[in-house]
Ligand binder design. Sequence first.
Ligand code: ADQ
Length: 465
Amino acid sequence: MSRLVVVSNRVAPIDEGKQTAGGLAVAVLAALKKTGGIWFGWSGNVVEGESQDQPTLTEAGRLTYATLDLGRRDHDEYYNGFANQTLWPLFHFRLGLIAVSRRTRQGYERVNAWFADRLHPLLRPDDMIWVHDYHLIPFGEELRRKGCTQRMGFFLHTPFPPPELITALPNHADLIRELCAYDLVGFHTVTDLRGFLDYIRQETDGQVEQRGDEETATVRAFGRTLLAKVFPISIDTAQLESIARTSARSRQTERLRESLVGRRLIIGVDRLDYSKGLPQRFEAFEQLLLSYPEHCNRVTFLQVAPPSREDVPEYIAIRRELSELAGRINGRFAEFDWMPIRYLNRSFGQRTLAGFYRAANVGFVTPLRDGMNLVAKEYVACQDPDNPGVLVLSQFAGAARELEEALIVNPFDVEGVADALQRALTMPLPERKERHGALMRRLRNHDIGWWRESYVDALTRAPYD
Ligand code: ADQ
């Protein structure tokens, strides 16, 4: 069996006992444990001066973690700059927020080349290399330039927009050419795949071949042949179900229930990011209280949103906006014994969140754009099947493609979202059970193991020419 080499911007915390494992970390660790291999990427540390010269290698059984500290300039240009101020807003359809700068673009290309240089000596000829996310698009081409002929796959965790948006990026063709250096490029949804294929058709002289399957295409472009395919990421459904059963009786969940004194609970859990639609979500909750005043003092909205990317100005702005909005709505509706919105800028461990999800009557997930959104899937998996809550889900989350039995909403339509909340809060038990049952069947069939195996299986079959 070939070794797997996983490359991602951040390498997840090595201490498994302590990790608050996100979906990617769980999937990657499971895959690496099976085949043995390397997990290579940034350590998460920023150092003054130059980036670390050689990776720190940490052995854990058949798995090696190879991590590098980034120097301040590399971090500013590659991570804060091009990745998070150009590609992130671009891929989330937010042209108004993109920063365009030759300096950060060069930094992005330079750090990718430097990363590839550091991984190269660790590679074996029959390794399979799996690169993750928008930070590392040029990585594969850099390895090819060094003569690497190994099977190489890329998976994009964000959406991929239509070519009309991609072409707003100067030298966009270089980025797409870099994607074509991989043998396999994976997306969450058919919409993302279509964005990529439409670019190839409209902006290059490459060819796209789709044989009756809208989820798979062979692409011939920039002198290469690759497979582009849909792999919707998922969660460890069985494990979450079991964690939620025990967490339902945990001390913290009990405390949350007691604090509600019989009121119903709506929950939102997100990184504090402008793509998650939080201002519109707060306004929709306010609209619920205006349109359906019977919920005043009867429903609490708990929004957990730990700050992220705090060096980027747009993230400072959204944080300020949300604090003001929560303050205004609470000031307007609160009673001396009821706070309508509980807004928490912190994160919780997976077990605690599982208990909170189970205690909540409504899961409120309304991003303006999201690659997949794992919180939506986690909320469903954590429900009590005998008395499940209802998921209110944005049509612009990749998850909406699969989770059809959720109440699907347009997050820009604040009044429409308020109506969906009302429907969720008043939905009869038989309908809730039926919807939840259908959602769970899908999440059990398509869990994180299925995602990982289908991707690795497709990569094993490369090359595709
Ligand atoms: P994110 O934008 O981070 O991920 P999401 O998929 O919802 O979005 O969350 C990732 C993980 O972080 C989930 O497992 C969730 O439980 C956890 N998490 C989120 N908020 C948390 C909080 N407040 N406290 C503790 N844990 C929290 C990117 C893309 C998504 C895509 C994933 C995976 O933007 O669209 O689904 O990658 O591909």
